[in-house]
Every structure is written in C-alpha cells, then in structure tokens.
Write a protein that binds this ligand. Structure first.
Ligand code: FO1
Length: 327
C-alpha cells in the first residue's frame, strides 16, 4: 500500500506519526515496521536563512517528530535542548530574540548548509539528514528551489516566521506571497509520489501557508488532481477555531471563514475542479459534515483531536476509512 501525505509542520507531523502507528499495527512487516510505503511531501515556505544557515522548520518538525527527537510540548525543535549559542549570538547583537535556534537544532542547520554548499539539492540533503533518524517514511521537500512565504501587512512585507512568531499572526495579513514560486519545480519524487499513491492524505496542517504553499508549486496541484487514488483531507478547524497555531488569521486573510465546511470548499472537490474527494471533520462539526454531504461531498465526523499517538492513529484510520482505504 502506498500513501502520500502533504504536510506542514506540527499538525501534519503528529498525524503522520499516528498514520505510521496504524500501519505498523494493520500492515506489519514482521520486524516492527510496516510494509506500507509512506511518502511525506513537506512545505518549505517557512524556510529562512538565519546566521548564515538554512532553517527548514516543517522539514525539521517532521524529521524530529518521526525520528522520536521532537520537543513534544512545543511540537518543534529538539527535546533536551539548550540555547547557549543563541544567547551568545544575542550578545553580538545578532539574530531575532523572538526566534532562536537551539544548540542541537543548530547542528541540523549546519549539516544542511554544509551539504547545500557542496551543491546537493535540498531533496538529497533531506534524505541524508533523514537517514540519521532512520525515518520510516520518504521525506521530500515540495521543491528543491528556494520558495519563502512572505506576508503583506500594513507595516510592510515580513517573512512568514516574523509574522507568525514575533507578531503571533496578530498583524492583519493583506496577502501571502510565495517568493520564488514562479520559477520553482516539484522536487524529484513529488509528482511520482502523487501518481503512484493508493491514497493521498491532507492532514490538519494550515490550509493556506502549508498545504496551500505546496499546491502552489507549479505542477503539484495538477498532479494531485490527476492522482489515481482518492484524496482525503482532515479539517484543521474544530468547533470554529484552529486546533493549534493561528490558521484562522490565514483563512481570514484570504476571505475564507474559519469553519470546517468552508475550508473543505476552499480546497474544493476534485469533481468540481478542486483537489479533494473526501473530508473528515471533528465530531464538534458534525453539522458541517451533514451540510457537505447534502452538497454531494463524501464527508464524515469523527474525533480528530490528536491528543496522543493513539488518537492520531484513530484519526488516520477514520480518514482512510472514509475513502474505503483502511488497511
Ligand atoms: N517557534 C517559536 O514560536 N519560537 C521560536 O523561537 C522558534 C524557533 C524555531 C527554530 C527552528 C525551527 O525549525 C522552528 C522554530 N519555531 C519557533 C517553530 C516555527 O515557527 C514553526 O515550526 C513553523 O514554522 C510554524 O508552523
């Protein structure tokens, strides 16, 4: 069984960790793993250069979460982290005090930057870094080209991380720009992962700046629409609010209501020119599932809060079940 996941950071990483737990249980390979093959295509629009190193927040959140090294409460960065280097950088008056790199995290960025400077594409670098963590998935950046999400506000255009972390998305966003996306192409393996998938999963990542950015890479949206397997998404909005993060600020910026049904309609049904075939909402939004079903959607409600790995496995099972692909 081949599954492809389009993922941002924390929500997508937790969902994928649950999916892998489900697959190990349902499709065991005999030595603790799964015979299913999972490819994760990650958003790289959050990426930035900081202190001369390339930081890839969503790739790193996926790598640390699936590699068992993530700081669980934060959902990003390494557990048992320290910040000696960032404190000393601050003494030089360098860096952003509101966005700091942990000492161990810095090793990842130094390794990535060293390999990039040797001329290796981000996809090859990511594969090399992932090997150290024995990741049970193929982890791909959406593109090998530098694409950064910039946020247009009344106080100027900011890198996404400044808007997200420094301003907590409280500065009204007038729009999102994916700088460099026009000339970008899907990373090697991305189109094949969509064309070869028995099912494509869209986890409860940010539909605008994470999944939306992936879909904005030339060729990806068309490949998703042409995917032979069903495409099923999980709502990141529960009871009218994002589960974590500030997806509501992003949705408002593009004129989409912060509502489980509105996000589905924003993605659109594949038969209507959109990208989804089915949509899973939380029990709290059962009326939204009914509304969508009446409009012809394959939609259902289930518990979708991924409070732990087991809960995330149940969310993955419900999503696969919705399109008749539960292993
Ligand atoms: N988020 C914060 O709220 N504060 C930070 O200082 C911070 C540092 C950081 C460093 C590396 C990295 O990969 C992620 C980091 N994040 C930080 C999280 C980041 O904002 C998120 O992972 C995503 O970009 C948003 O989903």
């Amino acid at each position: 069984m081949r599954i492809t996941v389009l993922s941002g950071g924390v929500g997508g990483a937790r969902f994928t960790r649950g999916l892998l737990r489900l697959l190990r249980e349902r499709l065991p390979d005999g030595d603790g793993g799964t015979r299913a093959r999972v490819t994760v295509v990650a958003n790289t629009g959050d990426d930035l250069w900081l202190h001369g190193v390339r930081v890839c927040p969503d790739l790193d959140t996926l790598m640390y979460t699936l590699g068992g090294a993530v700081h669980e409460e934060q959902g990003w960065g390494r557990r048992e982290e320290s910040r000696r280097v960032s404190r000393d950088l601050a003494a030089y008056g360098l860096g952003w005090e509101w966005f700091t790199l942990g000492d161990l995290d810095l090793a990842t960025h130094l390794a990535r930057t060293e390999l990039l400077r040797r001329g290796e594409p981000l996809s090859a670098v990511t594969r090399r870094l992932a090997r150290r963590w024995s990741l049970p998935v193929e982890l791909l950046p959406m593109t090998d080209d530098e694409v950064e999400t910039h946020v247009v506000t009344d106080e100027g255009t900011l890198h996404f991380e400044e808007w997200w972390v420094r301003h907590r998305a409280a500065l009204p966003a007038r729009g999102f720009l994916q700088a460099g996306v026009e000339g970008a192409s899907p990373a090697p393996g991305v189109l094949e992962a969509l064309a070869g998938a028995d099912v494509v999963l869209v986890p409860p990542s940010n539909p605008v700046v994470s999944v939306g950015t992936i879909l904005g890479v030339p060729g990806v949206r068309d490949a998703l629409r042409a995917a032979p397997g069903p495409v099923v998404g999980v709502s990141p909005i529960v009871g009218g609010a994002p589960v974590r993060g500030m997806a509501d600020a992003c949705l408002t910026a593009i004129g989409v209501a912060t509502d489980a049904a509105a996000v589905a309609e924003h993605y659109g049904r594949r038969v209507d020119g959109g990208v989804l075939d089915a949509w899973l909402v939380d029990d709290a939004d059962a009326p939204a599932a009914r509304h969508l079903s009446e409009a012809g959607w394959t939609a259902a409600a289930a518990p979708t809060l991924m409070t732990d790995e087991d809960a995330a496995a149940r969310v993955a099972a419900a999503a696969l079940d919705l399109v008749g692909r539960a292993p």
